[in-house]
Structures are given as structure tokens and as C-alpha cells.
Design a protein around this ligand. Structure first.
Ligand SMILES: *Cc1c(COP(=O)(O)O)cnc(C)c1O
Length: 397
């Protein structure tokens, strides 16, 4: 840990986002250095032996650690208020690492049924083959989580707000249920980032990130991270150094610079989203808006308590079906038609035919993903320009 890190309680998030974790080399570079090296040399055979055994701290091989990656890890740990952070190659590898570091054949997970699509596939197909099973329960119903617990349950896994319907899971309530039975709680904090929500302060044991989204914020690289107390992240690190899905130094460097503007971006994108959501809610061609910052959201009170604002993701149903929804998408000249989110560029997606296209129509209907539903991940463009872009398609309905 750097000397700065030890005093991070003295600093605000925007300061930590810019200053935490930086270690300067002998050259005194102002910006964070990018160490593109896969391995590290030792002064002697004796030092090599000590580094390999762990008797002496230091870098050995980039699958284990790299100084640029370490800087990113310390900066994100500071923002999440975590003792430690371990970076991974992607958000999915962070989730995989949490599960394989802490669970084994025969263990059981309780997870929300509104998880990111690849996480659902990972739990229900790939991990199921290793004998780790998952029960999916409604995001918003703590009693259902309690009822799904079995003697072999080891992990609660949740993501809040959910994608695309922005349902809120009550992190404190679910943590209390889990901890009463000695169950770990991991929260995917991708949508809010530590700027809007700090799950560890609400009792969660681990936070996972897809750094690909808001932490980069400019759609450039893949990355992920696991944050939490060292006694839990150490097991994640052991898995990663052996299994290999570590973050590349280059991506860590891009992400370090991304973190510097995280607070400005997330707050501005969230303010834009709030404006857009209110405009959509009043629009005659829109049937319903899903946004945690609107008083019409079923869990508005909980969202107010748990998050600093509504976030940058807005979902809405047009009055109509797939045809009308696609019409809105196809008439966008500014909004990017892509499922990515967290970017400075606003994106639009039709969940029923993309992110949720592989599940059965019945399962989709049960999850509330209608054919008229669209999801927007709001960026930093002027709200009036975004409105004009959406209006072109909405006017045709
Ligand atoms: C994108 C995403 C992931 C997966 O992250 P990758 O970096 O694409 O592997 C996990 N969870 C959520 C909520 C996401 O949006």
C-alpha cells in the first residue's frame, strides 16, 4: 500500500479518484506510468527465491502483479472504501473469480433474476457443470431470498439497479439475511459505481465491477475488479494468479485515467438521465418509464436511501410493440445502437431482441421485458439533442 492510501479517510472521492494509488518511479513522472512488461528481473538468485516464496514483496510476473495494475487497484479500492481490490480482465472474469475463489462443488448461490445476461449464463450453464448451483429469485423480495437458502448456500449475488428495468435490491436487508446464516454477499456495482452507491458500507462483503462500463467511461477497454476485505480478496487473487484472467497493464492505465473523471461523468450523466426520464414520462407516445430517480418508480424511497441519485440508465416502454420500438431506434441519428453502457456517448438498445433475445418469450415476459421496451444509457450530450433524436421516431408512432 502506498503512504497516501493509509490516509485516504481524510480525502473526498474526487480527490481519491485523481490521487489515490499513484506510485512514482525514480523519474518523477507526473502522470501514472504505463509499465508494459510481462516479467520483472531480480538482483540475485537469492532475491528471486524470496520474491517467488513471498518472503519479499515485489513484482514477479504480470499474471501476478504489475505496477500500473496495482495503481488502478489501489485507486478503485479507495473509492469503494475497500481494504483491497484485485483487478481482472473483464467484468465476467471478476464474477467468475469471486465464485471459484469462494465456492466449490456442491455449493449453492442465491442470485437475483434480473442479473446481467452473461452472469445468468455463467451461473446456470457453466458453473452448474462444476456442481455449483444457483437459485434465481426476485430482486425486490427479501423473503424470497431467505426462502431460497439451503444448508449449502454460500453466496448471495446481486446487481442493483437491475438491467434493464432498474429494479432495486435492498443491500442492507439482504445482507442481514445472508449474514445470519454465514453467507457471503457480493454486489455487482457496475450501474452505480462507488460515486452513487457504496455496497461495502451497507454491509456487503464483496463488490464486483465491470470496469468496461462507467469506470472507463469512454468505451475503450475491457476490465473488471473485485473489492473487499483482504481476507476475501486474497482468495480471489490466488485464483487469478493461477487461472490467469488478470487485467493488462495497458487497460489498467486507460482505466486509471478513466477514474480521474468518474465523479464528474457519473453525476452529469445521471443529471441528464433524470431530465430525459422526466421528459419521457410526460411524452404521449410513452406508456411507462423505469427510472429510480422518478417518484413513480416502485422503489423510489429505497433508491433515495441507497443511491446518491437515479443513475444514468433509463428504460421506457413505447405505446406499441416491437415495430414501434424499432422505429424509435432506427430513427436515431445521434444515439448509438449498441448494448454497451456507461459511455460518454448515449446508447440505445431493444432488450427483447438483443441482450435478452436468447431467453424464451415466456421467460422474457415473466421478467417484464416487453417488446415495446427500450433502454437508454445516457451520456454527456446535450439533453435537448437527445430528445430531438428520440422525438423523430416517437413522432411516427
Ligand atoms: C457488462 C456487465 C458485466 C460484464 O462485464 P464485461 O466487462 O463485459 O465482462 C457484468 N455486470 C454488469 C451489470 C454489466 O453491465
Amino acid at each position: 500500500m502506498s503512504k497516501f492510501d493509509l490516509k485516504r479517510a481524510d480525502y473526498r472521492p474526487e480527490t481519491l479518484a485523481i490521487r489515490a494509488g499513484q506510485e512514482r518511479s525514480q523519474f518523477g513522472e507526473h502522470a501514472e506510468a504505463l509499465y508494459l512488461t510481462s516479467s520483472f528481473v531480480f538482483k540475485s538468485a537469492g532475491q528471486a527465491a524470496k520474491r517467488f516464496s513471498g518472503e519479499e514483496e515485489g513484482n514477479v510476473y504480470a499474471r501476478f502483479s504489475n505496477p500500473t495494475v496495482t495503481m488502478f487497484e489501489e485507486r478503485l479500492a479507495a473509492l469503494e472504501g475497500a481494504e483491497d481490490c484485485v483487478a481482472t480482465a473483464s467484468g465476467m472474469s471478476a464474477i467468475m473469480a469471486v465464485v471459484l475463489a469462494h465456492l466449490k462443488n456442491g455449493d449453492h448461490i442465491v442470485a437475483s433474476n434480473g442479473l446481467f445476461g452473461a452472469t445468468v449464463q455463467l451461473f446456470s450453464n457453466i458453473l452448474a457443470r462444476t456442481g455449483i448451483t444457483t437459485s434465481f429469485v426476485p430482486q425486490t423480495d427479501p423473503a424470497a431470498w431467505a426462502a431460497a437458502i439451503r444448508p449449502e448456500t454460500k453466496l448471495f449475488f446481486l446487481e442493483t439497479p437491475s438491467n434493464p428495468l432498474t429494479e432495486i435490491a435492498d443491500i442492507s436487508a439482504l445482507t442481514a439475511i445472508a449474514h445470519a446464516k454465514g453467507i457471503l454477499v457480493a454486489v455487482d456495482n457496475c450501474f452505480c459505481t462507488p460515486i452513487l452507491q457504496r455496497p461495502l458500507e451497507l454491509g456487503a462483503d464483496l463488490v464486483v465491477h465491470s470496469a468496461t462500463k462507467f469506470l472507463d467511461g469512454q468505451g475503450r477497454v475491457l476490465g473488471g475488479a473485485v473489492c473487499g476485505p483482504k481476507k476475501l480478496t486474497e482468495e480471489v487473487f490466488k485464483y487469478l494468479r493461477t487461472a490467469g484472467p488478470t487485467l493488462s497493464a495497458f487497460n489498467a492505465w486507460v482505466l486509471l485515467k478513466g477514474l480521474e473523471t468518474l465523479k464528474l461523468r457519473v453525476e452529469a450523466q445521471s443529471a441528464n438521465a433524470a431530465q430525459l426520464a422526466a421528459w419521457l414520462e410526460a411524452h404521449p407516445k410513452v406508456a411507462r418509464v423505469f427510472y429510480p430517480g422518478l417518484p413513480s418508480h416502485p422503489q423510489y424511497e429505497l433508491a433515495q436511501r441507497q443511491q446518491k441519485s437515479g443513475g444514468a440508465i433509463v428504460a421506457f416502454e413505447v405505446k406499441g410493440d416491437r415495430e414501434q420500438a424499432w422505429q424509435v431506434v432506427d430513427n436515431c441519428q445521434l444515439l448509438s445502437i449498441t448494448a454497451n453502457l456507461g459511455d460518454t456517448k448515449t446508447t440505445i438498445t431493444h432488450p427483447a431482441s438483443t441482450t435478452h433475445g436468447r431467453i424464451t418469450p415466456e421467460a422474457r415476459a415473466a421478467a417484464g421485458i416487453s417488446e415495446g421496451l427500450l433502454r437508454i444509457a445516457v451520456g454527456l450530450e446535450a439533453v435537448v439533442d437527445l430528445q430531438a433524436d428520440l422525438e423523430r421516431g416517437l413522432a411516427l408512432i
